[in-house]
Design a binder for this molecule. Structure first.
Ligand code: GDP
Ligand code: MG
Length: 187
């Protein structure tokens, strides 16, 4: 089914001049960019984009805990502590920094974009993914420097999140409908 999802190129991707390469990866897979802008987000937008949501805190905590335990390290934080800590790293990271926001449309766009983006920790991400090919950052290195993992892109993780995140960054009239020249052969 045709879906829309929100992608951000985070400040590390912008500062490293990876905007074109990231967009190309989505376009080459047959996904369509239907909205696009380069902005310095306000604190309000950043806080709305990363809400203190219980489900997100739990999934974030589980991934981080698993990664620490795989390395034989203890992980003593509660989901609330990990969530609050990472959320504040993320908000501080993007506020007033250059971020490219886009809406990407296509068949199963939410899952396909996450597949192209790769695993959260670049050191674990497959080298054919955006995070795996452009970074080697990891949870423990980022935590030791009290900052968010620098993994180039954000991508919505579900239909509900995609809807909320698209509304956070774009007005309806900023989303443009058009047909790609190769659409008839793609689908
Ligand atoms: P994503 O959906 O793959 O981006 O991952 P999450 O939604 O779980 O986390 C959001 C973002 O927070 C990630 O993209 C990372 O930039 C950052 N992050 C996640 N977990 C950690 C962590 O344990 N430590 C640090 N420092 N940053 C993290
Ligand atoms: Mg996420």
């Amino acid at each position: 089914m045709i879906e829309r999802t929100l992608v951000l190129i985070k400040p590390d991707g912008v500062y490293r001049s990876l905007i074109g390469k990231v967009i190309s990866d989505f376009e080459e897979a047959g996904l369509k960019i239907v909205a696009l802008k380069l902005v310095k987000p306000t604190k309000e937008v950043a806080l709305n984009h990363y809400p203190a949501d219980e489900n997100w805190y739990n999934s974030l905590w589980e991934k981080t805990k698993k990664s620490f335990e795989e390395q034989g390290k203890q992980f003593a934080e509660t989901p609330q502590q990990t969530g609050d800590r990472v959320r504040s790293y993320l908000v501080n990271y993007i506020v007033d920094q250059p971020v490219v926001a886009m809406v990407v449309e296509g068949n199963e766009a939410i899952a396909n974009v996450r597949k192209i983006v790769g695993a959260t920790s670049p050191s674990k991400a497959d080298p054919s993914t955006i995070r795996g090919k452009f970074s080697t950052d990891s949870y423990d290195l980022a935590d030791s420097q009290q900052r968010a993992v620098r993994n180039i892109v954000h991508a919505s993780d579900s239909k509900e999140t995609a809807e909320r995140e698209i509304k956070t960054w774009f007005k309806d009239e900023e989303i443009v409908e058009y047909k790609r020249a190769d659409e008839d052969i793609l689908y």
